[in-house]
Ligand binder design. Structure first.
Ligand code: ATP
Length: 247
């Protein structure tokens, strides 16, 4: 036991448009090397939590008005998304967001724009293709003509091109067939165990997330209402009733 903490969120409040209080004191801890899931329904505040961490709220007219966010003990609220990437924190946004008119490989290479060493970039690309063989097959295809699953893989692959320690993954299952969701989660697990990448993911698909995560936080209306080891949550009767659709 006793894994180091990579990320600690302490009692954050987030307000949109100066008036709408959306996060009402959210706290969570992500251990180095873990897979932690934020679960909950539509509008619970999962995306807002991830955006608060990666400092992507400004474009949405949102701001953190209370609490603190620490990366390995360092306060990060004032750091830009680019500063965070430099420190190994990268977000994969909901809805995949590949550049439709670029090929898969061009999309992946946009993830290494801050780096210069060509050999390193090539090695990184090889590594991504090794985890996502489908992307290698589709490397010269325009992203617009690839499947939803391939686009999700492309978005994760692009994030990996920054050499992250912590990936914030927003709703990776969205719009994908169950078999593809399983494939994506399987690769996440593989990256976690072999590359030691830590994941904090937001998911409405409680079932799938708890199957692959170590620990889960359940959100409702801007608050964490329950948390625990993934296995314990998956067998908890309230979780089963309200989130897994089994009485
Ligand atoms: P989803 O799975 O739909 O993304 P979520 O749990 O990620 O749900 P959020 O997207 O964080 O939830 O939204 C939380 C609440 O904040 C919702 O009530 C939403 O309407 C509100 N909200 C989100 N973005 C904005 C915004 N830019 N301005 C005002 N309110 C917002």
């Amino acid at each position: 036991a006793g894994a180091k903490t990579i990320l600690e969120v302490n009692g954050i409040e987030v307000i949109y448009n100066h008036v709408i209080l959306v996060l009402k004191g959210v706290s969570l801890v992500v251990p180095e090397g873990g897979i932690v899931a934020i679960l909950g329904g539509n509008g619970a505040g999962k995306t807002t939590t991830l955006r608060a961490i990666s400092n992507l709220l400004k474009a949405e007219r949102g701001e953190v008005t209370k609490g603190s966010i620490e990366l390995r003990g360092e306060r990060i609220e004032a750091l830009s998304p680019a500063d965070l990437v430099e420190r190994g924190v990268v977000q994969v946004m909901e809805g995949r967001h590949c550049f439709a008119h670029l090929t898969i490989e061009e999309n992946l290479l946009t993830g290494s724009y801050t780096r210069k060493d060509k050999g390193e970039i090539a090695a990184n690309l090889d590594k991504v293709y090794n985890y996502f063989p489908r992307l290698k097959t589709r490397r010269t295809s325009q992203a617009a003509y690839t499947s939803g699953g391939e686009q999700q893989m492309c978005a994760i692959g692009r994030a990996l091109m920054t050499n992250p320690n912590l990936v914030l993954l927003d709703e990776p299952s969205m719009g994908l067939a169950p078999q593809i969701v399983e494939e994506v989660f399987h690769i996440v697990k593989d990256l976690n165990s072999k590359e030691k990448v830590t994941f904090l993911l937001a998911e409405q698909n409680t079932n799938m997330a708890l199957k692959y995560a170590d620990y889960g936080y359940i959100m409702e209306s801007g608050r964490i209402v329950m948390d625990g080891e993934a296995q314990a949550l998956a067998s908890n009767s309230d979780v089963k009733e309200f989130y897994l659709g089994v009485g």
